[in-house]
Design a protein around this ligand. Sequence first.
Ligand code: HEM
Length: 142
Amino acid sequence: MSTTQNLVYSAIQVVHNFGAVATVGGSIAAMLAPPEARRKIAWLVLAGWTIQAVSGPSFGMASYYFDEKFPDIGEIAITALTIKIVCVALGFTLVAAYFCPCERYLASCANCLERLRSLIWPASTLLAVTALTAAAFLRWFA
Ligand code: HEM
């Protein structure tokens, strides 16, 4: 592998690693924070899921650019990759839903929305931890 290719992978990996920190750490922080402090953390977690959605596929695009083909990975690595993609899709959607101005649809139950919103953080934590676990399998079975 050329130095340029290694540099490109390393740059993507740096971004991807910080995205992982934002999703895992931010989701846990939001889960433990009082509801009124969650909004700012929610932006961090949304940024984290977005970064993962862009940087993850960038590994594949870099491979395609340099090698003119995608890496030939086995069944376990494909399963791990699929799990990561599903986690990113669900994590991003859930955290984006946190910002939905849904008050008017649940006007009859003032507490319902807050209760529903508070479920987002354990779910986002679970998805981020699952993706992080899948990353280890992708790394060593790819
Ligand atoms: C669209 C979703 C994602 C895709 C396509 C993706 C893809 C990748 C790829 C191709 C690698 C390099 C694997 C290798 O070294 O052979 C990687 C590494 C990694 N990914 Fe992801 N990823 C995604 C989401 C995530 C998420 C959500 C997390 C954590 C929350 C995560 C955490 C990591 C970590 C920690 C590594 C480094 C693993 C290591 O080298 O030990 N990824 N990812």
